[in-house]
Design a protein around this ligand. Structure first.
Ligand SMILES: Nc1ncnc2c1ncn2[C@@H]1O[C@H](COP(=O)(O)OP(=O)(O)OP(=O)(O)O)[C@@H](O)[C@H]1O
Ligand SMILES: [Mg+2]
Length: 1002
């Protein structure tokens, strides 16, 4: 199974089959029928993995590819088996309301108490809970928010009262309460607003006002900071350490195209500082033009990081940051009247968001869409989804500006035509990047001017014993010890197993001095990982971390990954052996980047992948130089020469190759959203897609019109569209309409390949859903795309089956896996009866999920099912996401009304497969289970506690928490709380706008 890498993304098909005949939807009777045999995770999942790597495949990843070399642990090395899927927190709407309600009510109740400050004491709170502090003090839960440092807010225990119709007479007073509570708390940092602060706020609002007027009234940018208040400049200095803009950033921001609000594509090398330009444009849109903004980023982890990073700006400048990743995000988004929203979204969520804005006729309020890593347009189903999103915006909202950026673009002309955009490019890179390759013991510099692309640089000096030569024939140790431990180093390895082996091997031969470097912090990291693993720690990590070395790939749990990333950023770890996951995921640059081999899994590197990987070298502001070394075997020399001398890959539309997730899905939603309902209109729309631009290149045999006709007919035959398009009448004016099933499919973002199968299984469930436990429901929510590479262990299958109750065992029978089949399989007997392997695997995975929900421990479940912990976690998050898709699907089909309540609850359970008390804390972007536990144990039990916490106190009370992280947690919590409070305010206002003559209204 391929794992799409952040930059390296997914492994490309060996040869692009542009003219592939469309798959017949009708053939989708079995979910397997119309799907490729081994689809990538990315293609199959409702949303992509968080930090998936390019082209890792399950089997490839289990191999080292380097035989005994690199291998210290050999077969004992912990093996991560499978690719990862999205790792997200799925959000629960109920929790939103409750937490914000608590927050608001708490504030309402504490209105008079606000100034009351108390010292840490041992007194009990209302619930009788005492909270022990690290420093030996005990404190009341409420003290945490009422003490001198965090005095703004007092938590209330009362539920948030729902406003009934009989309460209408009290509306005004409730509204007043809410307003005063929110203004007093949601944005306040200190209860006693100082005069200086008031003054500062007044100046800020005045500046924003002036800037807005400036933008409205003049073509010239005469605002203090690119039309923005000078506070923005201060914040950039404060939060990012950015003193001045690079010259190119200034040039770009003052482009005539931007003044004219034209769409723009800009391209600069990795680390060129592209983000900052986009962020300044975003702030202009939010603050000056008062419109909402959508920022589309490729991976969940990057979305979360950005939400972290921009929340503090939102808190200071008065806009909302809303996360759209995993199951987080509301559709349609809440209409805000006062503040503007910055939606930070993954590609899939961004698409759903745009659909919902078009449907509710609010797309015009989206002033700006920013797409980072624009070259993703050319990458599989996600590229297709991105293309659809942008094409819909271009077609439906002439006033929405589109900005796209990337470091790896080639056929910019096509993209410009598609996006009707101007283009800016520059070769600037703040830290010079030197590219080298190593063949045997010689290092060559990559040199475009040299005849074969390389010039001799130096001989690698090392003294290897014959043993060491055997273990490390490619001299990885010599290469890394030139930089570590003083500087940081990343080694990109082709497979997961190779990462672990390289990390282990390097440690084996490092001298003891490496242990001494930041010893205490490394000990702490091990302790931390042990806590995360409920007492267990991966033996490889336990062995490598004392040397400052770790591996990093999708077999890690989210918490482990975060712990390792943080330690690397802080310099505690100096070497990560990683898969391509790290190429453009989280921002973890290094002094030196080594590519273990020019392969990702078994496929030769693409130029884009290569560029993204080496682009991690050189930290702006820290390193004076960055360097990359690609280790090359003699046999690959020619291929590597071609690689370094070739241009970047072109970006092609994926609407056709990704048939069900691409063009079929687009045609369906065009009609469903009434963007285009006749053949003529659809044709006009399709001409403006990237496919339209590249049609002659991509589909030589069929015209665009033929492609559309075929697609629409297919949708009609499958009962997803209604209408008539026959060759004979050729009536391009006849109006198409969506069926209820079609609507359910696009509302639930269900891959059309599985739509019929899902409908059938849900329908069957209506006849006899086993509700003794959630096993049957879990089966229905198990994502189809996870089942292909699942190879059940039959002994485990039987053991798990035998542990089920009689009623639960019936589930297997109902879905089509007889007990006799499992027994025979487990005892190795031949079986004549043919059972659908998709169903068998799906049931097996639902056993995993069932156990996971019961035990809430990824480690023990991964042991029980002999799967990697990373895979188990991926399955869980993917199931949570799919459950919410199935829920949206059912909401559109009346006959499935009963599933609504059941799936709402199940989604919640899958989303937060943790103890209930941690849920409010895990809603905050970037707070994973381990951190939530720490916070909870330290007494920070609610969102309000976190929002009102003092970062300095957090740093003191929470182990392994840096000041920067503490500030980000507090800002994100503040943002989330204020967003919830605003949402509630909107609901209250909506209620107030209800007609007064409602029956029963007092
Ligand atoms: N004007 C500036 N002064 C100092 N540092 C800056 C400036 N602009 C950006 N940076 C820093 O440079 C680093 C790289 O910037 P950024 O992430 O925007 O690069 P990028 O062009 O998006 O690269 P990639 O293509 O790898 O995503 C960041 O740490 C950022 O804070
Ligand atoms: Mg970037």
């Amino acid at each position: 199974m391929a794992e799409p890498g952040p930059a390296v993304r997914r492994r490309s098909r060996p040869a692009r089959k542009r003219s592939r005949a469309p798959v017949q939807l009708r053939a989708a009777a079995s979910p397997l029928a119309c799907k490729r045999l081994s689809p990538s995770v990315e293609e199959a999942s409702a949303e992509p993995p968080v930090w998936a790597a390019g082209g890792e495949c399950t089997n490839d990843s289990e191999e080292d590819m380097f035989g005994d070399c690199d291998s210290f642990y050999g077969n004992d090395s912990l093996l991560a088996q499978v690719d990862d899927m999205e790792q997200v927190y799925l959000q629960d709407k109920d929790m939103d309301i409750k937490a914000a309600g608590e927050f608001m009510l708490g504030n309402l109740q504490s209105g008079t108490d606000q100034r009351k400050q108390s010292d840490f004491s041992t007194s009990e709170n209302a619930a009788g809970h005492k909270v022990e502090r690290d420093d030996g003090f005990q404190m009341n839960e409420n003290d945490l928010i009422d003490n001198k440092e965090e005095p703004e807010h007092r938590e209330g225990n009362t539920e948030f009262p729902m406003v009934s119709k009989c309460d209408l007479s009290k509306r005004e007073s409730l509204k007043d309460h809410l307003k005063s509570a929110m203004t007093g708390n949601a944005k306040a940092q200190t209860p006693l607003v100082s005069k200086t602060k008031q003054l500062k706020e007044a100046i800020l609002s005045e500046e924003i006002c002036v800037a807005r007027k400036t933008i409205e009234s003049s073509d010239d940018d005469i605002g203090p900071f690119y039309g923005l208040p000078s506070k923005v400049k201060d914040l950039l200095r404060q939060f990012r350490g950015i003193e001045t803009l690079y010259e190119w950033q200034h040039d770009c921001l003052t482009l005539e195209s931007l003044h004219q609000r034209k769409n723009l594509i800009y391209s600069l090398p990795t680390s060129g500082g592209k983000t900052l330009v986009a962020e300044i444009l975003i702030l202009q849109e939010l603050l000056c033009r008062q419109k909402d903004v959508l920022m589309i980023l490729p991976y969940v982890a990057i979305v979360q990081e950005k939400v972290w990073g921009l929340s503090s700006f939102g808190v200071e400048l008065g806009f909302l940051v809303e996360e759209y990743a995993g199951s987080k995000g509301r559709f349609p988004p809440i209409k805000r009247r006062i503040k503007n929203s910055l939606y930070i979204a993954t590609i899939e969520k961004g698409h759903a968001l745009v659909n919902s804005l078009i449907e509710t006729e609010r797309i015009d309020h989206l002033g700006l869409v920013v797409v980072d890593e624009l070259h993703m347009l050319g990458e599989g189903s996600r590229g297709a989804v991105l293309e659809m999103t942008l094409a819909k915006i271009l077609y439906t909202s002439k006033n929405t500006q589109i900005i796209g950026m990337s470091a790896t673009l080639n056929n910019v002309g096509d993209l410009q035509k598609f996006l009707q955009a101007d283009y800016y490019t520059n070769n600037f890179r703040p830290v010079e990047l030197k590219e080298y390759i190593k063949i045997r013991d010689t290092i060559y510099e990559v040199d475009g001017k040299a005849e074969n692309g390389f010039t001799f640089s130096r001989l690698l000096s090392f003294k290897y014993s014959s043993n060491l030569e055997k273990a490390d024939p490619d001299h990885i140790i010599a290469l890394v010890t030139e930089v570590i431990p003083k500087y940081s180093c990343l080694i990109f390895c082709p497979t997961k197993k190779n990462c672990e082996n390289v990390a282990s091997m390097v440690c084996k031969y490092l001298n003891k001095e490496f242990r001494a470097h930041r010893e205490k912090e490394k000990k702490d990291l091990i302790k931390n990982l042990k806590t995360i693993g409920n007492g267990s720690i991966c033996p490889v990590l336990k062995h490598t971390i004392p040397f400052g070395i770790a591996y990093h790939h999708s077999g890690l749990t989210n918490d482990e990954r975060k712990g390792i990333e943080e330690a690397y950023s802080a310099g505690v770890l100096c070497l990560l052996a990683c898969t391509a996951t790290l190429a453009a995921g989280v921002n973890l640059p290094a002094r030196r980047v080594i590519l273990r081999a020019p392969y990702v899994a078994r496929e030769f590197l693409k130029k884009n992948q290569y560029k993204q990987m080496i682009g991690r070298a050189g930290r702006a502001g820290i390193d004076s130089a960055g360097e990359s070394i690609l280790i090359v075997q003699e046999k690959d020399k020619q291929l590597v020469q071609d690689l370094v001398n070739s241009p970047l890959e072109n970006c092609y539309s994926n609407l056709l190759p990704e048939f069900t997730k691409g063009i079929q899905s687009l045609l369906l939603s065009l009609v469903g959203l009434k963007i285009a309902v006749t053949l003529e209109e659809i044709y006009s729309f399709m001409c403006h897609t990237l496919l339209g631009v590249q049609q002659q290149l991509l589909s030589k045999e069929k015209s665009l019109l033929d492609i559309i006709k075929e697609g629409v007919e297919n949708l009609i035959e499958n009962g997803l569209l209604k209408g008539k398009i026959s060759e004979k009448d050729g009536n391009s004016q006849s109006i198409l309409a969506i069926t209820q099933l079609g609507k359910a499919a696009y509302k639930g973002s269900i891959d059309l390949a599985y739509c019929n199968a899902l409908y059938r299984e849900l329908k069957k469930g209506l006849e006899g859903l086993v509700l003794e436990s959630n096993l049957h429901l879990l089966y229905l929510a198990t994502p189809y795309d996870m089942i292909y590479n699942c190879n059940p262990d039959w002994m485990i299958y039987l053991r798990q089956f035998n542990q089920l109750s009689a009623a639960e065992q019936r589930v297997a029978d109902i879905v089509g896996v007889p007990e006799s089949f499992i027994t025979k399989k487990a005892s190795g007997q031949a079986i004549r009866k043919n059972v659908d392997s998709a169903i068998i695997n799906r049931l097996y995975l639902s056993f995993v999920l069932y156990t996971l929900l019961k035990e809430t421990n990824v480690w023990s479940v991964s042991e029980k099912f002999n799967m990697s912990r990373g895979y188990v976690q991926s399955l869980l998050t993917s199931a949570a996401s799919f459950a919410s898709c199935v829920l949206h699907f059912c909401e559109e089909l009346e006959e499935f009304w009963v599933y609504k309540a059941l799936l709402t609850e199940l989604t919640k359970q899958l989303t937060y497969c943790v103890k209930a008390e941690l849920i409010p804390l895990m809603e905050v972007a970037g707070v994973l289970e381990a951190r939530a536990k720490q916070l909870y144990n330290a007494g920070y039990k609610t969102l309000a506690h976190l929002a009102n916490a003092n970062p300095e106190t957090l740093v003191k009370m929470i182990e392994h928490l840096s000041r920067r992280q503490a500030k980000q947690i507090v800002s994100s919590a503040k943002m989330l709380l204020s967003e919830k409070a605003e949402a509630l305010q909107e609901e209250v206002d909506e209620l107030l706008r209800m007609p007064a003559d409602i029956p029963g209204a007092c």
